[in-house]
Ligand binder design. Sequence first.
Ligand SMILES: Nc1ncnc2c1ncn2[C@@H]1O[C@H](COP(=O)(O)OP(=O)(O)OP(=O)(O)O)[C@@H](O)[C@H]1O
Ligand SMILES: [Mg+2]
Length: 407
Amino acid sequence: MGKILGIQIKNYGSLKDVKMGKLLFDKREKELSNMNAVIGQSGTGKSTLADAFGFLADCLDKGVEVACDLNGRGGFEKIISQNAEDPIYFEIYYRETSNESPITYELSIGMKEGRPIVEKERLRQRRKGQPYGGPMSFLYLEYGKGFAFKGVSGGYDEENNEEVGEKIEVQLVDARQLGIVTLGELREHPRIVKFKNFLKNWYLCYFSPSAAREIPNAGPQKYLNRLGNNVNNVAQYFYREDPKTFLKVLQSIQTKLPGIEEIKPVKLVNGQLVLEFLEKGFKEPFYSQKMSDGTLKLFAYYLLLHARDARPLIFIEEPENGLYHKYLADLAVQMKESIKGTYSKQLFITTHSPFFVNALSPDEVWVLEKDETGFSSLKRASEYDFVQDLCESEIGLGDLWYSDYFG
Ligand SMILES: Nc1ncnc2c1ncn2[C@@H]1O[C@H](COP(=O)(O)OP(=O)(O)OP(=O)(O)O)[C@@H](O)[C@H]1O
Ligand SMILES: [Mg+2]
């Protein structure tokens, strides 16, 4: 559960200082929607933004030193913004459910003795019912040393130098690991546990149709992995746990793929599962190994969106790649439909497709541009002159973008 109301990123590649949505001290900014699409010309930082989310997830999973080298990042010196004097910094403003106060997570990553290290990590929350009061830190670590507060409320109010609740001293053995990983395993820190679990379940999609064609060995798996090469296993899990929804998903995809009459999960004698695609004009079915890139991609997206315990945050880069342009508006509508009004699913998308953007509203679209310093700037499509008004008069947002009204 949970969603991001806002995020700030500093000194991560071309993202020298960008903000999306509402942060702790922003009184007027709007919170992020459940659907957030990022557009912009090549080189403006869309993939960098997607990678910043991936980097955070990797920091949690593997520690900051390893995360700097993973996924072709090339090490701390390559990912930190050129000429940056300050550390890489992330701030996430997050809310677990609609009736809980938002939590702010801050993370600064710098270098010490030639190695990436967590310089500072902090979790803060305002007292319940005090939307503007001084926030209270319930985790505060500098170079792995500091304090945490147990329980569902309390902390240290810096402004008033006041402590509420039970405080414990913390010293991590390894300052390259995040404190939320260690403390997020302890029952007496429920707020940290929830936040860590939220972060841990993010899904950063690097879907590769060729990987998805592999025949799975293991049995059912709950979640799609980053490459999507366990799509058959996830289908198997979905089918076992919730056959009714699964068949509904299949039917919904069937209607979107020309020529496909039926998709059926079939169990082989050795227990493996493959998908049978029955095509008009052919007596024998085709199996998922033989299906087109676009079909497999759509299938994976639909599984992601409709799974019962869907990931709380899904980041997909350029979902339009390999898909017929007329599927895109429908895919965007389906995505919006599946995440509407929930606190349990939030989507971040980068796209170059006006067809996809046509299905979105100006508050759901963010525009990246390079400013005069060469770094990225980010703003909502609704902040451009006329865009909101023209959209209200029923001109598609993608059409406005294509006609250079913004972006
Ligand atoms: N350490 C760094 N400091 C500052 N800028 C950097 C750094 N590393 C890379 N860049 C710049 O960041 C940009 C990265 O662009 P990115 O790949 O995120 O673009 P994109 O919007 O995804 O483009 P495309 O549409 O082509 O996929 C490039 O312009 C590159 O010059
Ligand atoms: Mg890119």
